[in-house]
Design a protein. Structure first.
Lengths: 291, 279
């Protein structure tokens, strides 16, 4: 028995060492660091207590980044969910080529973010972009807007992100759809339910729990998304119109070299997420259990 | 409405929906592929052509001879494969420890490991950078391999644990009774049965390492050590964009992942069910 415990811990040791040293320790160190004024590259640091947090309480840039982050996360989740659920319902039907289509749909999720972003910048290019060409050729507009300019950059970012991440919703939702017992649909059809009522009264209740998890995970991941946002808008120019909290934390640290400030922003990000998650559980947990 | 007509409506709706979905999912990639094999005059042609009039590999040739792309590609391969080997080794050993040995606190440890999965890299990148700097590992591939391994570990541990649990203990014991020592029993009995899980974990790890941007951006500064995502972004920002060449770069970064996915899709769907890719 005791030997068994010893072997167990020994086998786990490499994993625990890596996770403890490179995740748990940085998390704790980050809280500590947020209480200091510290240069990102130089060792010197001064204790400032809650000074960094007091600064952000009245920092317009911080509140703007929270607002942009909420808009970005909120709208990308709504579109990913709508598109993803519709695509999963479609792929759950049998028709010729649906296996191939499933692979095609998965594709955007597997490519590096840098490729997705450059690809959409090419499609949305204001001189040679295909999107503008189609809009003009079909007569939808004669002067297409600058998609990557300050007025539309948020929309372009949202479209790119939805394209890149909706496959997660498709695959996760589809996996659950395939485990719904066919008898439930048969019974509903016998009762005279049409397609909409079968969806409303069979599919939705059955998939409530998985939708709950999908929204939770995607919410966390979109709110902490760094690379897509940063690559889409860069550091200068239009970046100020999509500077979400992760990007702001990065810039505070590695552009302004204020590591303590950056650490405080990371803590605030964590706090906001924890708060939002608690509210989310309070609002929807019961319904999830009922379904 | 009569039955056959309803069937026709249904088929039409399915195929129309399928066509829209295929267009949305695949068209941007086809457009990238098309641009990558066009001559520069045709890249900017109006009206644009989907199927290039003159095929050329000039964009790929320029990419490989006039830029550091080949170096970035080699770096990405090195880092990704090293990450896969290290992650599979560490997580297979750890997951085996979690499944086959009873000890107090085992479930708590498993839960804590899963909890670390909830932390997005951006939330710890600052202390992480300072730590790596203190260890003297800034600007090394080792730093990248360790970061990716750490971030893949929780998922791989849980995935492999589920697969090990599905291997009946009796099979392993039978091998032990037959005189094999534990190592041989694991190697010949447990690992082959858990192979789909190991493959899924390997692919997830490879793709995370191959695609990562944030760690590579923060931890690597010299050009000759950069991996593909950062290197290609530099190429993109360097001068007036050479769209044909950048699209060629996009095609080349994408090919390994597409190949992997096409080859092992069925393993992936299984892995997805038990946790999924993060991103």
């Amino acid at each position: 028995m005791r030997k068994s415990a010893l072997v167990g811990w020994t086998l786990l040791a490499p994993s625990l060492l890596l996770l403890g040293g490179l995740v748990a320790y940085p998390i704790l160190y980050n809280f500590w660091l947020s209480l200091f004024a510290k240069h990102a590259f130089l060792p010197a640091q001064t204790f400032v207590g809650l000074g960094n947090y007091r600064y952000f309480a009245t920092d317009e840039e911080f509140w703007r980044s929270v607002r942009y982050g909420t808009i970005y996360a909120g709208s990308t989740i709504v579109f990913q969910l709508g598109l993803g659920v519709a695509a999963a319902l479609l792929l759950n039907e049998t028709f010729r080529g649906h296996g191939l289509l499933r692979g095609v749909v998965l594709f955007p999720y597997t490519i590096p973010t840098v490729v997705a972003v450059i690809l959409w910048k090419w499609l949305l290019n204001d001189s040679y972009g295909l999107v503008d060409y189609v809009l003009v050729a079909t007569g939808a507009t004669r002067t297409p807007p600058a998609w990557l300019g300050k007025d539309y950059i948020m929309w372009s970012l949202i479209v790119t992100s939805v394209w890149q991440f909706f496959p997660f919703v498709v695959v996760t939702y589809l996996a659950r759809l395939q485990t719904i017992p066919p008898e439930l649909y048969e019974a509903a059809t016998v009762d005279g339910a049409g397609a909409w009522r079968r969806f409303r009264h069979v599919t939705l209740p059955q998939t409530g729990a998985v939708l709950f998890v999908i929204v939770l995970l995607r919410g966390i991941w979109m709110f902490t998304k760094f690379d897509t946002v940063w690559l889409m808008a860069g550091e200068g120019g239009v970046s100020q119109y999509v500077r979400t909290l992760p990007v702001y934390a990065y810039e505070r640290t590695f552009t302004y070299l204020q590591a303590g400030m950056g650490a405080a922003l990371a803590v605030l990000m964590f706090g906001l997420l924890a708060g939002a998650t608690a509210v989310y559980f309070g609002l929807f947990r019961d319904e999830e259990i009922v379904s | 409405m009569s039955r056959p007509r309803r069937g026709l409506w249904r088929a039409t709706a399915l195929y129309a929906g399928g066509a829209v979905l295929a267009l949305w999912g695949a068209f941007p990639f086809l457009w990238m592929l098309s641009t990558s094999v066009k001559q520069s005059s045709e890249v900017f042609a109006s009206p644009p052509t989907l199927v290039p009039r003159h095929l050329t590999l000039g964009n790929f040739a320029r990419l490989l001879t006039e830029t550091n792309f080949a170096t970035y590609f080699g770096n990405s391969l090195t880092v990704s494969f090293a990450t896969v080997v290290l992650t599979l080794g560490v997580s297979a050993v750890g997951a085996y420890g979690l499944t086959r040995f009873r000890f107090p606190g085992r479930e708590t440890v498993a839960g804590l490991i899963l909890l670390t999965y909830m932390f997005a890299p951006i939330m710890i990148i600052i202390p992480f950078y300072i730590l790596v700097k203190r260890l003297g590992l800034v600007n090394t591939h080792l730093a990248l391999v360790l970061s990716y391994t750490t971030f893949c570990l929780p998922f791989c541990l849980w995935l492999l644990r589920a697969f090990f649990q599905s291997v009946p203990l009796e099979l392993e014991e039978a091998a032990l009774v037959d005189g094999a020592h534990r190592g041989r029993a694991v190697w010949h009995v447990v690992l082959p049965l858990a192979l789909p899980g190991i493959i899924a974990a390997g692919i997830f790890t490879f793709i995370l390492a191959w695609n990562d941007f944030l760690f590579a951006l923060v931890l690597i500064s010299s050009d000759e050590l950069k991996t593909l995502p950062v290197g290609v972004n530099d190429l993109f920002n360097a001068t007036i964009v050479d769209w044909g060449m950048i699209m060629a770069a996009g095609v080349m970064i994408t090919l390994p992942t597409v190949g992997f996915f096409a080859g092992v899709q069925r393993y992936l769907i299984r892995g997805w069910g038990s946790g999924g890719l993060k991103g």
